[in-house]
Design a protein around this ligand. Structure first.
Ligand code: FAD
Ligand code: UDP
Length: 366
C-alpha cells in the first residue's frame, strides 16, 4: 500500500469509530477507518439471514435520553416502536421484567396496589441497615430477598461468574424498579430498533468513507501511527499500551444460534433465565425486534463465559481492582497527545450505545 496521509485514522468501525468518522468526513477531513473484523458496526453488527436481522453479538436495543444522540442516529435510520419488555423464567415460572407491579403481583398473590407491593418490599428491605457494600446487599435493599432470589441471584452469578456478595453494587443499578404496571425495561424517552438492522445504519454513517476490514492496528502499529495526524483508538485500553501495567479483566460470552421451522418460538424477543439449572442467561428470538413475519425463526442462546485469550471482550468488570488499573492506563492515555481513546473497550466503561455516541458527538474534531 502506498503511504498516504489522512487527517484521521480510526481504529474500529463500531459506533464510536463510525460516529467520529462520519463527523470528521462531514467536516471535510480525510478519514481512514480500519477494523480487524471482516465487517463494520462492531458489536452492534446485524446479519440478514433469510429476511431476519440477527444480532450477532447479542441483543441490542437502542434507548436514550440524549436529544442530540436521538437526532443524530435518526439521520441514518428509521427506528421502529419496539419497546423492550423481556420476561424472566425461573424454575419454569414466567415473571415480567424489569421489577414492576406485574412482577410483584405474580410473586405475592395478595398484591394488587403499589401500597401492597411496598408493604412486602419494605419489610424485606429492613434486612439491610447500612449502605450496601456489594451487589447482593444492593439488590436486597432495592427489592428485598424474595425477588433477589428469584430474579437476580442466579442470573447475576451466571453472568459474572462470581458470587453476588463479591460484585460491585453498581451493576444492578441499571435496572428500574417501578410501582406501576409497566414492563418497559428502560426509563429513557426514546427507544427502538433501526428498521433493516444496525449494519445498514452504520453503512450509511460510513458511506463515502474509506474502510479497510481484516486490518489489525497492532500488526503494524508504527505504519498506522504514521498515516494520520489524529488517531482514534476504540480497541482495548490495556492492549494499546502492550499490557505494560498488567491486564484488565473482561467477561466474555458464547452464542449458539439455531434456525427453527416454526414462526414464533417464545413470543418475545428476549427471555432471561434466572435460575441456576439453566446454563444460559438469555434466549433471543431476533424476528421480534422488527416484527418480522417469516414462516421460520432464528433464536440465539447466550452463555456467559470466562474471558480467554483470543475471545471477544464483551463486558468490563468494573470492580475496584480493575477500575484502579484502568485509571492508571487512562493517565498514560492522556499523555498520547494525538490519540483519542473512545468507546467501551478503550475507556473500559460499561457503556450503552447512546453513551458511546454521546461521547463521540462531544469529541472536538479539528
Ligand atoms: P465496539 O462495538 O466493540 O467496536 C470496537 C471495534 O474496534 C470492533 O469492531 C473491533 O473489531 C475493533 N478493534 C478492536 N481492536 C482493534 C485493532 N487492534 N485493530 C482494528 N480494529 C480493532 N447497548 C445498548 O445501548 N443497548 C443494548 O441493548 C445493548 N446490549 C448489549 C448486549 C451485549 C451482549 C453487549 C456485550 C453489549 C450491549 N450493549 C448495548 C453495549 C453496546 O454493544 C456498546 O455500547 C457499543 O456497541 C460499543 O461501541 P464501541 O464502538 O465502543 O465498541
Ligand atoms: N439482572 C438480573 N436479572 C435479570 C436481568 C439482569 O439480575 O433478569 C442483573 C444482572 O446482574 C445484570 C444486570 O442486572 O448483569 C444488568 O442487566 P442488563 O440486562 O442491563 O445487562 P446487559 O444487557 O448489559 O447484559
Amino acid at each position: 500500500m502506498v503511504a498516504k496521509t489522512y487527517d484521521y485514522l480510526i481504529i474500529g468501525a463500531g459506533l464510536f469509530g463510525a460516529t467520529i468518522a462520519e463527523r470528521a468526513h462531514r467536516a471535510g477531513k480525510s478519514v481512514l477507518v480500519i477494523d480487524k473484523r471482516n465487517h463494520i458496526a462492531g458489536n452492534v453488527y446485524t446479519e440478514n439471514q433469510h429476511g431476519i436481522n440477527v444480532h450477532k453479538y447479542g441483543a441490542h436495543i437502542f434507548h436514550t435520553d440524549y436529544e442530540d444522540v436521538w437526532q443524530y442516529v435518526n439521520q441514518f435510520a428509521t427506528f421502529n416502536h419496539y419497546i423492550n419488555s423481556p420476561i424472566a423464567i425461573h424454575d419454569g415460572v414466567v415473571y415480567n421484567m424489569p421489577f414492576n407491579m406485574n412482577t410483584f403481583s405474580k410473586i405475592w398473590h395478595d398484591v394488587i396496589t403499589p401500597a401492597d407491593a411496598m408493604r412486602h418490599i419494605e419489610a424485606e428491605r429492613q434486612a439491610i441497615t447500612h449502605t450496601p457494600r456489594n451487589l447482593e446487599e444492593q439488590a436486597i435493599s432495592l427489592v428485598g430477598r424474595t425477588i433477589y432470589e428469584i430474579l437476580i441471584k442466579d442470573y447475576t452469578e451466571k453472568q459474572w461468574g462470581r458470587p453476588c456478595a463479591e460484585l460491585p453494587a453498581s451493576i444492578i443499578n441499571r435496572l428500574p424498579v417501578r410501582l406501576t404496571y409497566d414492563n418497559n425495561y428502560f426509563n429513557d424517552k426514546y427507544q427502538g430498533i433501526p428498521i433493516g438492522g444496525y449494519t445498514k445504519m452504520v453503512e450509511k454513517m460510513l458511506s463515502n468513507i474509506e474502510v479497510q476490514l481484516n486490518t489489525d492496528f497492532f500488526h503494524d502499529k508504527v505504519k498506522y501511527q504514521s498515516l494520520a495526524k489524529h488517531l482514534v483508538y476504540t480497541g482495548p485500553l490495556d492492549e494499546y499500551f502492550n499490557y505494560q501495567l498488567g491486564e484488565l479483566e473482561w467477561r466474555s460470552l458464547r452464542f449458539e444460534t439455531e434456525t427453527l421451522e416454526e414462526s414464533n418460538h417464545q413470543g418475545c424477543a428476549v427471555v432471561n433465565y434466572t435460575d441456576h439449572t439453566t446454563n444460559y442467561t438469555r434466549v433471543i428470538e431476533h424476528k421480534h425486534f422488527e416484527y418480522s413475519t417469516q414462516p421460520n425463526t432464528i433464536i440465539t442462546y447466550e452463555y456467559p463465559a470466562a474471558y480467554q485469550k483470543g475471545a471477544e471482550k464483551y463486558y468490563t468488570i468494573n470492580d475496584d481492582k480493575n477500575n484502579q488499573l484502568a485509571d492508571s492506563y487512562r493517565k498514560l492515555a492522556r499523555q498520547e497527545s494525538n490519540v483519542i481513546f473512545g468507546g467501551r473497550l478503550a475507556e473500559y466503561k460499561y457503556y450503552d450505545m447512546d453513551d458511546v455516541i454521546k461521547k463521540a458527538l462531544d469529541t472536538v474534531i479539528d
